[in-house]
Design a protein around this ligand. Sequence first.
Ligand code: MTE
Ligand code: MO
Length: 474
Amino acid sequence: MKRSDWTWGLTAGLALGLLGLALRGAGVAYPLEGLFAQITYALGTPAVFNLLHGLFGYGELAKNLAFAGTALAWLLAHPLLWWAARRSLPLGLGLAFAAYAASAYALPGGWLAAGLYALIFAGLVRVLRRRPRAPAPAPDPARRESLRTLALLAAGLALWGQVRAQARAAWDKIAGLWPEQIGQSRLYVVSKNPAFLDPDLRGKPYALEVTGLVGQPLTLDLEALKALPSADLVHTMTCISNPVGGDLIGCVKWRGVPLKALLDKAGVKPEARFIVWEAADRYTESIALTELPAEALLAYAAENPQGGKFEDLEPRHGYPTRVLLPGRYGMKQPKWLTRITLTDKETTGYWAQRGWSRSAVIRTMSRIDTPKRNARLKAGEETFVAGIAYAGGRALERVEVSLDGGKTWQKAELRPPRAKYAWQQWALPWKPEKGDHTLQVRAVEVGERVQDPTAREPLPDGATGYHTVRVRAG
Ligand SMILES: Nc1nc2c(c(=O)[nH]1)N[C@H]1C(S)=C(S)[C@@H](COP(=O)(O)O)O[C@H]1N2
Ligand SMILES: [Mo]
């Protein structure tokens, strides 16, 4: 081995290690993580485990040292691979694939990721290694060279597509898990009215008023609203009366007019401090201007995930327009909106008058979608504990699952959020042993803010506590 093998090898190992972090965010298996899992699994045998923890204590230190060791092993492997690849690129490619596959094979999509990493590695070798200056005997070597590079690139791209598709499919394959986005037809419906008394404004004259402390009062029908510049918002609607584990929650992509734009058009007077909403069913709500989220939307359409087309709001979801106030419970988001009034005095909304929270800020929640409670599972068969989690627009650090009724917790795979106000899917592969199991889930926000464990009823501020599901495996 030459010195350059060391320099280039270590550089490539470092680059791939770092690149891997970014790829991991995009759902590609991270070989370093697989290697770490295998090494710690081996070290986890009781004797070794006790020895290590006797030496380093039970804190994070032992784990971090183990990871540092893994990273070092990873780095040191790369000069060797580089040396091999310099002698023969196919040999290097093969060895690299073997090494990455040995690290990542146990992770979902691990084999594909290994292929992708090996190709990137080979690409690095081709680009970075100094070519011998020997006279080229082959006919038209430049052309052949670029063809080979192109082939490598094409293979890399194809594999990348595969990896992405598989990462997506892996989530879609978990039976019973709610999708990243639902259509309005699957969204829960809550209203203060008996359904037959809900407003149905289809085919009726409609005018939305913007009035009160504004420079230029507005009256807009649906056409006029649709003619204004629009925005899309992936937004999770949830009801303050949703019990822990309940399904009064759903993430939908909406389209409408940004409220800020509408307010600018009307010209809010300086003395205005609150927005009061009024709806066709005489529902009212309000919010302080300073608390209006920048993304707040006057929605008139929702995306149908089958086909991706935007459709008018269904009557039960507020046709023709409704308010979307991300981060707040559904009660702050009137349907069948008819009037927006700017005022200097606070008013109390329909549910707040009845004792529910005034601010109605969404509490961090997580739910187990599968397995269902009292499910009968096959002992020893690989399955998933999976569900959704949402923190009202605050970022989630991780989701943890307990398979033993809250005694111990482990990190689940958390799918990166589609958007700020999207719920997130999470999943943990699980091979249940024979017997009864109590599953629990909790979400952890950035800054180690763990979801509130106290069991509370929805009234008045929204339910808290961990969703708990008992199942039997036999
Ligand atoms: N006009 C009007 N808007 C309303 C309500 C209502 O009774 N009347 N209920 C609110 C409540 S409590 C919730 S949870 C959401 C539910 O919206 P969805 O039925 O579209 O899911 O609408 C809100 N907007
Ligand atoms: Mo609600």
